[in-house]
Write a protein that binds this ligand. Structure first.
Ligand code: EPS
Length: 384
């Protein structure tokens, strides 16, 4: 329904994304994409590159006069860092003078070199880098615009950074997103924010890195996206795969996730009520995260992802092997972020929005935005 493909290396000339399946007539501006890309650069703990690199973007297909044509949309994101890398990353025949052969534990370096037959880790790390998520976020900006026409908002916030965790159960609403983005760690709980900032400062001082947990919330998601009929149509499975595909993610929970496993059945589910005022079914809780039987229930969608600390350390201490000499050593040093958890929340929104847009297109179809919205509205009305 909605397909997308990214290309490009972290220090190459540009990243490119092609998004196919977006209905015609969707208003979209370069500013919409630029705004999401700017959000992805947010966050205390990111490295210097985030300060000096601009995401220079251009539509190279699929958009005319501020709206989509129904044809594949292509966005190019130029790396303003490229001039410094022209020789090192040149596509012309040649060789590097600085091959990297002390692979970082926790990164794609070693296994990538083994699998693809390279002896320079740069041949792997350039594509494994989370810079690639800029291209996903450009696609996600388009998915979010589409979803906004059927009343869906996807937002995120940070629940934990290292051992500092949010102490309240407060969840931001779409109208709170500016407040979340204004927090240096994208945390909605002001009391925990200070502890998170302190954790990043301490890690930076130690030359170390930090992971964390982020939560994605989907508001206004229609009932019945995904399906119970087959394993690869289950929306919770699709969301888990999409979130886990983000670089450095090691765990995903839908709703209360692992905590549900510790409760008896009588306390583990979202009970069903009828609301006379709105003539709709109501749930008193979000334990299942807005999914049941592989379908969205129409309630708040809740998904969390756990990110491991970045594998590149400013003070490399992790043991590795020099692949040329087989001597025990420490991994090579690359410029890096202390943490990218606040930015990863924006990438996680993107991935969930892309899954929801894909499933909404599968359910409602439509070659034009008008048709898509009409089909959605008729279905929602039919639910009574
Ligand atoms: C990254 C390392 C850093 C990050 C980069 C991802 O890049 P550099 O080594 O060039 O400073 O800044 O992230 C981005 C450029 C981005 O846009 O997110 C890594 O090793 O994955």
């Amino acid at each position: 329904m909605l397909r997308y493909l990214t290309a490009g290396e972290s220090h190459g000339p540009a990243l490119v994304v092609i998004v196919e399946g977006v209905p015609a007539g969707l208003p979209i501006l370069l500013e919409d994409v630029a705004g999401e890309l700017a959000r992805r650069r947010l966050g205390f703990g990111r490295g210097p590159r985030m300060r000096f690199e601009q995401d220079e973007i251009e539509f190279v297909g699929g958009v005319r006069h501020g709206r989509t044509l129904g044809s594949p949309i292509s966005v190019i994101i130029r790396n303003t860092e490229w001039p410094k890398w022209v020789d090192e990353m040149s596509p012309a025949p040649g060789a590097t003078e600085k091959p990297l052969h002390r692979p970082r534990p926790g990164h794609a370096d070693l296994v990538g070199m083994q699998k693809y037959g390279f002896d320079d880790a740069r041949d792997i790390l350039e594509r494994a880098s989370a810079r690639e998520t800029a291209a996903r976020v450009a696609a996600g900006a388009i998915a979010k615009r589409l979803l906004s026409h059927v009343g869906v908002d996807v937002i995120s916030h940070v629940l934990a950074l290292g051992s500092a965790r949010a102490t309240t159960d407060l969840r931001p609403k779409p109208s709170d997103l500016e407040t979340v983005d204004a927090s240096p760690v994208r945390c909605f709980d002001p009391e925990s924010e200070a502890a998170m900032i302190a954790a990043v400062e301490a890690a930076a001082k130690a030359g170390d890195s930090l992971g964390g947990v982020l939560e994605v919330l989907g508001y206004g998601v229609p009932t019945g996206l995904g399906s119970h009929v087959h394993w690869d149509r289950r929306i919770d499975g699709l969301i888990a795969q999409a979130l886990m595909s983000i670089q450095a993610m090691k765990g995903v929970e839908i709703g209360d996730g692992f905590d549900v496993a510790r409760r008896p059945g009588s306390e583990a589910h979202d009970e069903i009520f009828w609301d006379d005022d709105t003539s709709a079914y109501l749930r008193g809780s979000t334990r299942a995260g807005g999914t049941e039987g592989g379908m969205t229930t129409g309630d708040l969608l809740v998904a969390r992802a756990a990110m491991k600390p970045l594998a590149t350390l400013n003070r490399p201490v992790l043991q590795t092997v020099d692949m040329e000499t087989k001597e025990q050593t420490v991994s090579f040093k690359e410029r890096t972020d202390v943490t990218a958890v606040p930015a990863a929340g924006v990438v996680a929104e993107t991935m969930v929005a892309l899954v929801l847009a894909d499933e909404a297109l599968r359910k409602f179809g439509g070659d034009s935005l008008t048709e898509f919205v009409r089909n959605h509205d008729a279905y929602v009305a039919s639910l009574g």
